[in-house]
Structure formats: structure tokens, C-alpha cells
Design a protein around this ligand. Structure first.
Ligand code: UD1
Ligand code: UDP
Length: 372
């Protein structure tokens, strides 16, 4: 076990949140590990706050490779390759652990594999463990789909949330012994933080809203906010949702969305209350007590499903079909009428679905498998 040093590599809000249960499990079991933060996310509200709230150690390596999205994504990913390689060659971990589908994930997995192809020279291999493997939207125009597909096919350990992703990976030719159905670590993260979120909860009071009498909105996907037409359509749909239900829509706005809103000179409709992105605890409180979530986020689709809050997905597809299959989520697209229809449907839905995403032991299972 001593030789099995792990390298956690992450760079964005959801990666920090979803890797946190595994990192804490490493601390508990005294497993040797270190962390590299690529700096893809860097604003306090998308980065530092999560280290504090989730009681995570300061990363040993902190890079500053900020995204220039929507431009020069090759440069963004390539710079990470160069910088991550220097660290991995020095640290020689047994395995690199990545989560999800960001540029950071692609760069980290590829760097580890590139180093392994020179083992005749360096004398060592680095394995790759992909947490939340096997998800597919089947939409190659999404940067996330490209990243997750390549990361999966570079990985030695593929930790999938459900049997559905296992099936998809088998169909793509991944050997079955490399795939492990563990559930999604977001269930662990949520279970570990929800009670605390409830205890410190003051966000509803601060926003002057009450339980079940508001909706929660997040929006940040490239395909939604980098296109003026699509962004405008979504806002129109949200306006009609407000007109129909007259419930305030709380919108912690991602910096990317803030920037695009300004560039496109778009107006936020009446009834939608924009706030700065919040920490995990405040966000969980907002999610748990919301009447409905409207989102293009992957993590928010999952959390809504776990918390038994109906979800309307503001996209044309989802790589989380399990949430739709149990009737917790509906994929609305971005057309205003369809957004309203989906909101009406989900507003009236019963909340009796079962959580298909795991039992909160994913982190323990993942670490046991890595250290076997
Ligand atoms: C990235 C991921 C996406 C994930 C999301 C989580 C890629 C290609 N995309 O998208 O899969 O769902 O993170 O939130 O990896 N910005 C800031 N402060 C920050 C971070 C970003 O101002 O802390 C702004 C910058 O202008 C940047 C833009 O947001 O150019 C986009 O950042 P980027 O990390 O490329 O994409 P996200 O939309 O955050
Ligand atoms: N989240 C948060 N504060 C916010 C919005 C989201 O803490 O203001 C959390 C949310 O609980 C979820 C994660 O961020 O765990 C989702 O991240 P995001 O939507 O940025 O990325 P995605 O899941 O789409 O990759």
C-alpha cells in the first residue's frame, strides 16, 4: 500500500466536489497521495470556497492554467499536458485519479499515458483511474463528450455510476475487468454535507424565499451560453415559466454566463433573481428546498434526482439518462415552449422515484479497488 501513491488531478468546481469523498477516504486510511490543481477554475466562488467547506487539504501543486474559453481550447489543454508531465515525472505516482469530463481530465489522463509509453526509458508506468466513466451524450459537438470519451479509452480503472455506463463501455470494447460499478461519488459528497448544509442554512432567509416556493436555475454550458440565439431562447422559456407559476427563480450565475450575458447585451427577465455562484452548502440547501430545478449542469441533474426535486434539463440530450428513466428529470431542449411544457409536467410530478446513482459508498469502493 505504501508504494501506491495516488495523484488526484482536478481543476473545476464539480471535480473538487466529486473527488472530495475519495480524498477524505485517503486521509482516513492514511493512503499516500498528492493533489494537482490545474487552475482551470480560479475564482473564489468556483474554487477556494469548496476547499474550505469540504475540509480538503491545500493542493501540493497549484498551476495557473486558466481557460480562455471559447477560444484556444487546444492551448489550454496542451499547456496542462506540459505542466502536469513535469510534476508526474518528479512524483512518479502509481495512479492518476481524475473525475468527469473537463479539459483537466483529458490533459491529466493523456499525460499519464504518454509517460507510460516511455517506461523503457523512465522505468515506470502510471495507471489512470477515471471516476464517473462511461457517460455518453452521443453529441461530439460538446467539449465534454470528446474529453470523457478519450479519457475512458486511456484509463485502466473505469469507475461507472450505474450498469448503464458499464454496458456502453463494453459496447466500445473496454475489457470488463477494467470496469467497476460503484455508484457516483456525488451521492457520498451529498450525504456527507447535507446535514451540515441544513444546520448552517441561512441562504433561504438571506434571499427572502421559503421552502418549496421558488425554483433554482443554473446555466453554463458552452452550447447554451455561447450562442446568442440559444441563450435568448432559454431566457424566453424561463420568462414564461415565471409567468405561469409566479415563483421566484434563483439563479447563481456561473462566470462564463455572466460574461456572455454582457457580450450579447441580453436582459434577465423579471422574476429571475441573479446571485453570485454559492458554495456547496448553500447550493445544497437551495436545491433541497426548491420546488423545481432548471439546469444544464450534469451535477445538478444528479443532485436533484438524489434530493427528490424534479428537474428540467435545458439541453437537447443528457449523458445522465438514469435520472430521466426514473422520472426525476426531463430533457426539455432550449425551445421556449418546450421549456414551459417540461416545467408544467415536472411541477406536477410525484416525488416517489428511487435514487439510481448509488448508496454513498462509491469512494470506499473506489479506494479499495485502487489499493487491491
Ligand atoms: C468547465 C468544463 C465543463 C464543466 C464546468 C463546471 C471544459 C471544457 N468545461 O466549463 O465541462 O461543466 O467547467 O463548472 O472543461 N471563468 C471565470 N472564473 C473561473 C472559471 C471560469 O471567470 O473560476 C470564466 C472564464 O472567462 C472562462 C470561462 O469562464 O473563460 C469558461 O471557463 P471553462 O473552465 O473553460 O469552462 P466552464 O464553462 O467553466
Ligand atoms: N454548485 C455549487 N454552487 C453553485 C452552483 C453549483 O456549489 O452556485 C455545485 C453543485 O452542487 C454541483 C456542482 O456545483 O455539485 C455542479 O457543477 P457545474 O454545474 O459547474 O458542472 P457540471 O456538473 O455541469 O460539470
Amino acid at each position: 500500500m505504501k508504494n501506491k501513491k495516488l495523484a488526484f488531478i482536478f481543476g473545476t468546481r464539480p471535480e473538487i466536489i466529486k473527488l472530495s469523498p475519495i480524498i477524505r477516504e485517503c486521509q482516513r486510511k492514511k493512503v499516500s497521495f498528492f493533489c494537482i490543481h490545474t487552475g482551470q477554475h480560479y475564482s473564489y466562488a468556483l474554487d477556494t470556497i469548496f476547499f474550505k467547506e469540504l475540509r480538503l487539504p491545500k493542493p501540493e501543486y497549484r498551476l495557473q492554467i486558466k481557460s480562455k474559453a471559447p477560444f484556444r481550447q487546444g492551448e489550454h489543454t496542451g499547456t496542462m499536458l506540459i505542466e502536469i508531465e513535469k510534476i508526474l515525472l518528479r512524483e512518479m505516482p502509481y495512479c492518476v485519479v481524475v473525475q468527469g469530463d473537463t479539459n483537466t481530465v483529458l490533459a491529466a489522463a493523456l499525460t499519464a499515458e504518454k509517460i507510460s509509453t516511455t517506461s523503457h526509458y523512465t522505468g515506470f508506468y502510471i495507471k489512470v483511474a477515471h471516476v464517473e466513466a462511461g457517460l455518453r451524450s452521443f453529441d461530439r459537438s460538446m467539449p465534454e463528450e470528446v474529453n470523457r470519451f478519450i479519457a475512458d479509452h486511456l484509463s485502466d480503472f473505469l469507475f461507472v455510476p450505474t450498469k448503464n455506463e458499464q454496458k456502453l463501455l463494453l459496447r466500445e470494447g473496454v475489457p470488463s475487468s477494467w470496469i467497476h460499478v460503484t455508484g457516483n461519488t456525488i451521492v457520498d459528497a451529498l450525504q456527507q454535507s447535507l446535514a451540515l448544509a441544513r444546520r448552517v442554512n441561512g441562504i433561504l432567509g438571506k434571499l427572502a424565499i421559503s421552502k418549496n416556493a421558488y425554483m433554482l436555475l443554473t446555466l453554463h454550458r458552452q452550447e447554451n451560453v455561447d450562442s446568442k440565439i440559444v441563450f435568448k431562447n432559454i431566457l424566453k422559456g424561463l420568462e414564461s415559466v415565471y409567468e405561469k407559476f409566479r415563483l421566484p427563480v434563483i439563479f447563481p450565475m456561473h462566470p462564463r454566463t455572466q460574461k456572455r450575458l454582457k457580450v450579447f447585451n441580453l436582459k434577465i427577465p423579471f422574476g429571475i433573481k441573479v446571485i453570485e455562484p454559492v458554495g456547496f452548502l448553500d447550493f445544497l440547501s437551495l436545491e433541497a428546498d426548491s420546488r423545481l430545478t432548471l439546469t444544464d449542469s450534469g451535477g445538478v441533474q444528479e443532485e436533484s434526482c438524489i434530493l427528490k426535486v424534479p428537474c428540467v434539463t435545458l439541453r437537447n440530450n443528457t449523458e445522465r439518462p438514469q435520472t430521466v428513466l426514473v422520472d426525476a428529470n426531463v430533457v426539455a431542449g432550449t425551445n421556449p415552449e418546450n421549456i414551459l411544457k417540461a416545467a408544467i409536467k415536472m411541477y406536477g410530478t410525484s416525488r416517489r422515484w428511487r435514487n439510481p446513482l448509488g448508496d454513498g459508498t462509491a469512494a470506499k469502493q473506489i479506494l479499495n479497488i485502487l489499493l487491491k
